[in-house]
Design a protein around this ligand. Sequence first.
Ligand code: PEP
Ligand code: MN
Length: 262
Amino acid sequence: ALKNSNPECRRIPVGRLEVGGPGFVVMAGPCAVENAEQTSVTAEAVAAAGAHVLRGGVFKPRTSPRSFQGLGEPGLHMLAEAGRRHGMPLISEVMDASQIPLMVEYADILQVGARNMQNYTLLRALGKVQRPVLLKRGLAATIEEWMLAAEYILDGGNTHVMLCERGIRTFETAMRNTLDLSAVAYVKERSPLPVIVDPSHATGSPSLVLPMAMAAAVAGADGLLVEVHPWPEQALCDGKQALTPEQFQYLMQRLPAVLHAV
Ligand code: PEP
Ligand code: MN
């Protein structure tokens, strides 16, 4: 589906795709790569539903040090195999500058997580690689702090930066975070960088992912980052917010209606 394209927006090539061009780019997959079967079943489902990029974390920034921390390099092999089978580029989180050489071997987009938005050593190192970076907004970062974090990467010479609104902390506790959709429209007015919305971490619940994904498209987002798991109740990370393949397929069927409306 096509979105309303802004000719001023920077176009970032990702494989045969372009983020920030006329196409609305959907990145989907599990929060964490857990094993080969879960990864391949998820990849097959999101590819069949029309997702463009496969997501999956192998280095997980968990709140508790005793929670599942990710599979590391073996997880990248599983993700790469699943992506190759379906012709999908990959996005995965890099938590530390020391992981960059490994991650650039596998990931087409390097994700900087919310907790690392102000890890300036990491941002400067990412400025020196020629690989698209998705910079998530920090847990409690102002828009200005987020834009200045992006400049750490841009100033190093890597112009392929996309921003990701994933909800911020407010006084509201009903949702996991508060999705700041006005930030999407605001940033789209002032910055050439593409903006991706992550309705999964923003809301923390599957029933809210669909309406917020639709709203993100209307607000001007260039794409989505959505968590999908074939067996959410067994997920090792973020199962509470994962869409099932059926829910994700429904979202993909509904999206064109709003994309054509804007
Ligand atoms: C994730 O994408 O799984 C993740 C850890 O997200 P965030 O950094 O937005 O919390
Ligand atoms: Mn997650």
